[in-house]
Ligand binder design. Structure first.
Ligand code: DGY
Length: 339
């Protein structure tokens, strides 16, 4: 597509690291010289470092590691705009120290991601994937009273670890749609009005693990949440419970989870994120009572477009262009903007 570059920004070059909606990438071309990646090549760290040479802005996804080595090799960089709400792929402190604006895409994906978390929890509880595999394998020859019986979702106790926007949206679904008793654990307790809106009660982590019939993990990844759920925690859960992880790989110890599923320590799990994804722990691939999806919780068309548009809005504004010049809508390190 022909580029229309405005006078004041003609020299600014930006990189879109992964394929994205072409019409949304084109919005950047009105302001910048754009290198994109329509073939969606997954670059090595060195490939990304090289592609970033001379670029002042980057649209990244959660798959690109933005670390000090990358920044040191690209001192011209001014803005990193993640097309994800999570930003554990970015060394924010290193960016801040260098005066680089970091942005993410909160809010626009909350409801879609909560829908998916709920769907995954229900699929695990009601054994949807497991029974579908059975049917496709031609094993269904008769109805049986105990065929693929599992725990109920309605009226059960929903436990939520991490009560940010997505956790709250899941709580609302559980409390108001499915008549669930909702308990949560979070770094800090929510205001009472928010708890009332979500129909949720704060408990300590041990109570959450002990009482939840369905535990949903929505806590962001950080060194302090690494393996927040491991063998010790799984052993505290009900044997009839399910666990759903839509947060990040690494929050759950996948090897310990596979073992717990195999040993019947919990009934089932639903996982959208994995340690070392897109690799999946081989033991998870062989246990039947886990539903596995490839990190698609935010993947509705409308939401993925909204995420891409927000990342582009952020980059345009962060690089001093457009109506919000200098005021990107969703900065992660707003202190950089004040300098
Ligand atoms: C997010 O936005 O963080 C989703 O997990 C997609 O990466």
């Amino acid at each position: 597509m022909a580029q229309t570059i405005t006078e004041e920004t003609a020299v600014q070059k930006v990189l879109v690291a992964r394929a994205a909606f072409p019409d949304i990438v084109d919005r950047l071309r009105a302001h910048f010289e754009v290198q994109d990646n329509p073939d969606d090549e997954v670059w090595s760290p060195e490939g990304l470092r090289n592609a970033l040479q001379g670029k002042v802005g980057l649209v990244a996804t959660g798959s690109e590691r933005i670390d000090e080595a990358l920044l040191a090799a690209n001192p011209q960089l001014k803005a990193v705009c993640n097309m994800a709400v999570g930003y554990n792929n970015i060394d924010v402190a290193a960016c801040t120290a260098r005066g680089i604006v970091v942005t993410n895409t909160p809010d626009v994906l909350t409801e879609t991601t909560a829908d998916f978390g709920f769907a995954l929890m229900m699929a695990a509880a009601r054994r949807i994937a497991e029974s579908e595999h059975y049917l496709r394998a031609g094993k269904w020859t008769k109805w049986r009273y105990d065929m693929f019986v599992g725990p109920d979702v309605h009226g059960a106790t929903l436990g939520i670890l991490g009560m940010g926007r997505i956790g709250q949206a899941i709580a609302r679904r559980g409390a108001h749609g499915f008549g669930m008793k909702v308990i949560y654990h979070n770094r800090s307790r929510l205001p009472e009005t928010t708890e009332a809106r979500c129909g949720a009660r704060y408990v300590d982590k041990a109570t959450l693990l002990r009482e939840a019939d369905h535990l949903v993990i929505v806590v962001p990844y950080s060194p302090s949440s690494h393996h927040a759920i491991g063998a010790v925690e799984l052993a505290q859960m009900k044997r009839t419970a399910t666990l759903t992880n839509i947060a990040r790989g690494g929050v759950v110890d996948d090897a310990a989870l596979a073992q717990a599923l195999r040993d019947g320590l919990i009934a089932a799990a639903g996982l959208d994120v994995f340690e070392g994804e897109p690799q999946v722990h081989p033991h998870l691939l062989t246990v039947p009572n886990v539903v596995l999806t490839p990190h698609i919780a935010s993947a509705s068309v409308a939401t993925r477009r909204a995420m891409a548009n927000l990342a582009v809005d952020n980059l345009i504004a962060a690089l001093g262009c457009g109506p919000d010049a200098g005021r990107p809508p969703t900065p992660v390190n707003p202190e950089v903007l004040k300098r």
